[in-house]
Design a protein around this ligand. Structure first.
Ligand SMILES: [Zn+2]
Length: 387
């Protein structure tokens, strides 16, 4: 058995692996597996079939259902083009802060979770504790769904998931879902003087984009219910962030591509928003094809991050509240893997050290006070599982 490491030592180790989403996370996962193994904890991995990455999950305590699951992602955002005052992959303590890429988002929490697992194994717990470390969170939360699917036949099902994204250790019970689409409108080129015989992909795309304006206006005008009212803004939003198309002033554009993202209230059905968009796409497409049959619109889904819906008497929320003493209601505007756990039938909450404002920034940090608050949280959690 290797010596037990402190949460800080574990964080220092995790941050030394430059697990930017474009790179492999296998060295980090292998290290965690080895460290847990040295304390008698068996790790299971889900290995991505297409890239050198893996998710890791582990269980401590009796082989029964009802575990508390501590979940975090292992990937971090790039540091290129950012002005750092120190090596991003070395933790530096200065002015009451730990600086380093991932200290806040979210290897600080990962370290605390690993610490808690070893602590639970050492003291012995009556209620099990699980760890779930994903990858590719920063590139559209695509790593958690296969991990959650892989965990279920192997580990007894947990009943409360704490996703430790930075929330200043507040229990966050809701966020909107995020859905991204890429739309390629394929028109028909003619000289612009004969516009009635051509199909301008740009002008057709404009109809779809205007649908997003109209829909936003309609949503804005709705009276929000109690849960929607917690969000800013309290309605589902649509947004077109990128557009390109056309070749010349006097040619009807053959191609136009644009991105669309939808931020859907967790109380609303994301599939019905997608269907409403696709219906509009089909309508515009038939108008195009009435002019020229060799035209079409291709829509591709780019990302799909389900929202987190505040649960009524949610187990994860009450657990987090009982430990933090926080009784406020909190929702956030960023997406997390908590919605994906909830979609898979787990009670889930977001609660972790640090401020989201520091995530993805140059000189990213978590304050020593927040990190220690996270440590206190884990101590209380493990005591509760043991008692
Ligand atoms: Zn994160």
């Amino acid at each position: 058995m290797t010596d037990k490491m402190t949460p800080l030592e574990i964080m220092q180790k995790l941050i030394s692996f430059p697990t930017v989403s474009s790179e492999s996370n296998l060295p980090l996962v292998e290290w965690v597996e080895e460290y847990l193994g040295s304390h008698g904890i068996v790790s299971h991995c889900y290995t991505d079939p297409d890239q050198p990455k893996a998710a890791l999950f582990a269980h401590v305590g009796p082989q029964v259902e009802g575990a508390v699951v501590l979940s975090g992602h292992t990937d971090v955002v790039p540091v290129e083009g950012q002005a750092w005052d120190s090596d991003p992959f070395t933790v530096i303590e200065r002015d009451g802060k730990y600086f380093g890429r991932g200290t806040c988002d979210m290897k600080g929490f990962d370290a605390l979770a690993i610490w808690a697992l070893v602590e639970a194994q050492t003291v012995g717990v009556n209620r099990p504790l699980q760890l779930a470390l994903s990858y590719d969170e920063e590139v559209g939360c695509t790593g958690a769904p296969p991990m959650i699917e892989a965990m279920q036949p192997i580990l007894p099902k947990g009943s409360a998931v704490i996703v430790g994204e930075p929330s200043m250790m507040k229990a966050v019970t809701g966020h909107k879902g995020g859905y991204g689409y890429s739309t390629h409108v394929q028109g028909f080129e003619v000289h612009s003087s004969l516009v009635h015989t051509g199909v301008s992909a740009i002008m057709q795309a404009a109809k779809l984009i205007d649908w997003t304006n109209t829909t936003n206006a309609e949503n804005w005008a709705k009276e929000p219910d109690a849960i929607s009212g917690m969000f800013e803004p309290p309605w589902t939003t649509l947004h077109v962030g990128v557009i390109e198309g056309g070749t010349a002033q006097n040619i009807t554009a053959k191609d136009c591509r644009f991105s669309l993202d939808m931020r859907v209230l967790p109380t609303e059905n994301a599939a019905s928003w997608r269907d409403a968009y696709l219906q509009r796409v089909r309508d515009v497409e038939s108008e195009m094809q009435a002019i020229h049959p060799d035209t079409k619109i291709v829509v591709e889904q780019i990302f799909d991050v389900p929202g987190l819906k505040p649960e009524e008497n949610g187990e994860a929320e009450s657990l987090a509240r009982s430990i933090t003493g926080d009784n406020g209601s909190h929702v956030v505007s960023y997406g997390t893997e908590a919605g994906q756990f909830q979609q898979a039938g787990y009670s889930a909450v977001v609660c972790g050290p640090g401020d989201i404002a520091q995530a993805h920034q140059p000189n990213e940090y978590v304050t020593v006070a927040q990190f220690n608050a996270g440590h206190d949280f884990m101590k209380t959690l493990v005591q509760g599982l043991a008692g």
